[in-house]
Write a protein that binds this ligand. Sequence first.
Ligand code: PAF
Length: 285
Amino acid sequence: MQSVNTPLSLRHRVQDWRAQGLRIAFVPTMGNLHEGHLTLVRRALQAADRVVVSIFVNPLQFSAGEDLARYPRTEVRDAQLLAEAGAHLLFLPEVIALYPRGIEACTRVEVPGLSDILCGASRPGHFTGVATVVTKLFNLVQPDVAVFGQKDYQQLALIRTLVADLDMPVEIIGVPTQREASGLALSSRNGYLNEAERAQAPGLYAVLTRLRDALQAGEGDIPALEARGRAELEQAGFRPDYLSVRHSADLAPFVPTPGESFVVLGAAWLGTTRLIDNVEGRLAL
Ligand code: PAF
């Protein structure tokens, strides 16, 4: 696996492949890779001839007081895992390479609506940071296909909307969340948890799953279900941020309708760590 740090060297490498008629897949990451990321790389390998992975902890998607400074940087190990998984090119830029005029001065890409709800409500500016960096990375790599995890369900919905709205010629593939046997979704942020929190953490998935099952079993009072879920999260030791049942397609508040698919999304704190997860379901016809 080759590794490059500058937009120019990335462009040269990718142009070369394109000239050979090769199909290119792209997996953007913030590093600190785990099995979830490697599953994305394996999916990308099925979809194209060459796989580009980026590792970039994007300061624009962190607000003041968030975990930018403590976000784990494990590039040497990450590069080894990516090479073993079969990725062809690693793009590992410095902040100055992607934001040469500074973060504040950079042009922003905003996806209205989807950016302001759920995670966006508690992390103002986060999704504009994501939309901006993903647009920049897509412009640099110019992939045929890009692969994202469904764990960041709202992010995936936002990127699909961004690509459609701006007519980007990129196919977006979503990959199901990888979980520990306990149900805990794999996440770089799990590394922040102490031993006691780690034991509590699978509770988030358990609550979301119970809510989905109750809905599918015919309980249709969404506000009551959400309130019950929040209470269950608190009992399990979490400080809930949000817990919400939404239509899968556009993340609008779910109105139970036979045959309609939905997603239960939750974000909750354990100590200083904010975990997110989601579970999809569908009502019977
Ligand atoms: O999901 C992530 O790791 C990041 O939000 C992404 C898509 C790489 C953009 O920085």
